[in-house]
Design a protein around this ligand. Structure first.
Ligand code: ZN
Length: 168
């Protein structure tokens, strides 16, 4: 699933949570959770293909990582009484759901041996950027995500700009 789809669906889930909890920052945390597996794994792939780290050191698309995030969410609630970790975990679970990870049990349940040997083309980061943001759907979803964030944080941004003007 495309990064932009994960971002947009994470924002939508965050808005649903916002409707009940009324804390704006949870929308951003949920969106971050929904892109975290791709952000982490694709970054690791790029680093491993360039020889910085060995491939398969981490797999944020694994069931173990999902369980770890749920455990951290439970501990965060018990210790700090915060929704933040639960919302982050919900975003991660949404990512796993949209990637339909249960259809790839080898990837979902085997860690940290995946990817065992992944060979990426030299221009992999550029290809990812082109495929994610070069399509009309990707651009549309980025614009929609920006509109949602502007609607949520517009007043805060205006306030920050107003207070910054005082110093110039
Ligand atoms: Zn993914």
């Amino acid at each position: 699933m495309q990064f932009t789809v994960h971002l947009f669906t994470g924002l939508l889930l965050g808005l649903i949570i916002f409707y009940f909890v009324r804390k704006r920052h949870l929308v951003v945390i949920c969106a971050f959770g929904s892109v975290l597996p791709d952000l982490g794994d694709k970054t690791f792939w790029v680093l491993s293909s360039s020889g910085w780290i060995s491939a398969g050191m981490i797999n944020l698309h694994s069931f173990q990582f999902l369980l770890l995030s749920v455990s951290i969410a439970a501990a965060g609630w018990i210790i700090f009484r915060t929704h933040a970790f639960a919302v982050l975990s919900a975003g991660i679970a949404l990512h796993h759901l949209l990637d339909r990870m249960w259809l790839q049990p080898r990837v979902w349940f085997e860690t940290p041996v995946w990817p065992p040997s992944i060979s990426l083309p030299a221009d992999y980061p550029l290809r990812v950027l082109r495929s994610e943001f070069g399509s009309p759907r990707g651009l549309l979803l980025i614009i929609a995500a920006a509109v949602i964030l502007l609607l949520l944080y517009g007043s805060s941004i205006r306030r920050a700009i107003r207070s910054a003007r005082r110093y110039f």
